[in-house]
Design a protein around this ligand. Structure first.
Ligand SMILES: [Zn+2]
Length: 303
């Protein structure tokens, strides 16, 4: 299979797919949200419908191009993100599967949240996996392969996707967001914990409120470390008006600011102590500690 470089990391899954023994008619793509299941499913769908010569997907035939644009009539997505795939949806899929493909050599069914199928839905699918028409192919995406019945699993090839390294995440995010500052990319690469989808969300979301939180966090850290005390107190008192969620984001961001700046601070021990304190206050917010307390607590012990 060609084009596997679109998927970062995951050498094992890539090795299995590049082994050159043709494509299976059913795959389970298992891995946490953001681990590349959709990226790999897109590539597999193109490879399955490709009508070009040689290794697939050729990337140039009409089938590849339509599939890449998301408009191929023989690549069918079943179910919506966040919604359960019901048995009636699987039954509808089954009747559809017996209608020959429109254009491509194969018909590909993509189930983005296969882990939401209950037992009856999975059993209905199992029949199709066992006795369905030879042109039908299935891509089942699941956060955890354990949610798929062993009988269904045994009919599919399992590809497990794992988080990538921080360096790999940084490379992918840099290529995807070429205009963003290197520091922002590096922060997202560290915070996404190897889940590139999460890194993309972090970078796409860092506008609006988040930018405000980022600026406030930078200011808070600077004031708590270097003062002047009066300004720090005023700043903390101003936080009493903040919403709980924003305060949580502020404290988390403050920890990030400190961690990424560690080594640049005059007094490392003080900076480390502040990390501990911000984390402690952040945890306390999970127990309904009020914003007023947080403001006082932030200043207490800083000077
Ligand atoms: Zn092609």
């Amino acid at each position: 299979m060609r084009g596997l470089e679109v998927l970062a990391g995951n050498p094992q899954a890539k090795h299995r797919l590049s082994a050159g023994r043709g494509l299976s008619h059913a795959y389970i793509l298992a891995g946490p949200a953001g681990s590349g299941k959709h990226t790999l499913a897109g590539l597999l769908a193109r490879a399955l419908v490709c009508s070009g010569k040689g290794e697939t997907p050729c990337g140039a035939c009409p089938d590849c191009r339509k599939a890449a644009a998301g408009i191929h009539p023989d690549v069918i997505t079943v179910g919506e993100e966040g919604k359960e795939i019901s048995v009636s949806m699987v039954r509808a899929l089954r009747s559809d599967a017996y209608i020959r493909p429109n254009e491509a050599p194969r018909k590909v069914y993509l189930l983005p949240n296969a882990h939401t199928m209950n037992q009856s839905a999975q059993n209905a699918l199992l029949k199709l996996l066992e006795e369905g028409p030879p042109y039908a192919a299935f891509l089942l995406l699941a956060e955890n392969a354990g949610a798929i019945l062993p009988t269904v699993r045994s009919r599919c090839e399992l590809l497990t996707l794992a988080p990538v390294t921080e360096a790999e995440a940084r490379a992918v995010l840099t290529a995807r967001f070429p205009d963003r500052p290197a520091q922002e990319i590096a922060d997202a690469a560290r915070r996404c914990e190897g889940l590139i989808g999460r890194g993309i969300t972090l970078l796409e979301g860092s506008g609006g409120r988040t930018r405000e939180v980022q600026e406030a966090a930078g200011q808070l850290v600077k004031l708590l470390l270097d003062g002047p005390e009066r300004v720090a107190l005023e700043f903390c008192v101003g936080l009493e008006k903040w919403e709980r969620d924003d305060l949580c984001a502020l404290l988390e961001e403050g920890v990030e600011v400190l961690r990424s700046g560690m080594g640049r601070y005059r007094d490392t021990r003080r900076a480390l102590a502040l990390v501990g304190r911000l984390e402690e206050i952040r945890r306390s917010l999970d127990f309904h500690v009020g914003a007023g307390h947080v403001a006082g607590w932030l200043c207490a012990g800083s000077f």
